[in-house]
Design a protein around this ligand. Sequence first.
Ligand code: MRU
Length: 370
Amino acid sequence: MNIDGKAWRTIWLEPDGRSVGVIDQTRLPHQFTTRTLRSCEEAADAIRTMVVRGAPLIGVTGAYGLMLALQADPSDGSLAAAFEQLNATRPTAINLRWALERVRTKVQPLPPAERAEAAKAEAAAIADEDVAMCEAIGEHGLTIFQQLAAARPAQRQQEPFQVLTHCNAGWLATVDWGTALAPIYKAHRAGLNIHVWVDETRPRNQGASLTAYELGREGVPHTVIVDNAGGHLMQHGQVDAVIVGTDRTTRSGDVCNKIGTYLKALAAHDNGVPFYVALPASTIDWTIADGVAEIPIEARAAAEVTHIQGRIASGPAAGEIANVQLTPDGSDGFNPAFDVTPARLVTALITERGVAAASEQGLQGLYGND
Ligand code: MRU
């Protein structure tokens, strides 16, 4: 996507052909800075500290992390240790393990001297495929949005088509385009009068900081709301559709996504608002069926709940990015990073292969022969 007229991806191979560039998402929306990752440790650290985040981007960063490890030491032991180190960084997004396994399968049979180059090629292929998959998700989602917008009563046709999204499932969460935001970008570019309600997404505020930043750069009309406002808006007919991404979808269509997604799905269900989940094939975990029972939910630091980051608005330190404490000294925080929305609350899954029911049959219909 474009930032100040320049096309960016979220991750790239630097001109030296060895190190990896990323956008530092911990500084957005107030500072646009990049970082160079030169070792597996730095790649693992970037994932853990959320310099990069979002399930597809975590996967691609992991793939490049294996490349960095093999550049330093292409032995079997190095490969195994790097795999474990990277895989342990964030437990919920299945894209990470998927991408690591894909690179390992490619390089393991090779002589050590050839492994780093092969890992580089595979990581680049995963990145390119992610872009293509996300763009295809955008096209399929666009069709749904156009149909929903056209089906609204005649007196509402002049109003914007209202979409609510949670967290950031935009281009910053992928390599380009995004998953849930891809249909929004496609719709906006196709001339649909669209407006996005952006959940702030406590505790790390990926919606308020990243989704709002993305939509603003692309010129998509949007409004940031507190996480608790969605149900109220739905009750008052101000949401035509909800669309979110996912970090892991089970073969039966249960969807794990940023904490708070489940509550949005419940409110959508109660108000007859369609609830869509956008995902590439790399986010499906075919090994499990029951998302609530089987998906590991990352517990992050309590400090993300008890504190908040932002830009100082006034005074001598105005403009600086700062971290402030919200809670009294001594109050504990608890920070589960994801929740699971059962398949029965999902209207449909939007994938790169088309739209499917959130069910084993639905997913098999799209991917069954692979
Ligand atoms: O903790 P994060 O910011 O990595 O969580 C991201 C999300 O929950 C996204 O919605 C999900 O990864 C889908 S991204 C295309």
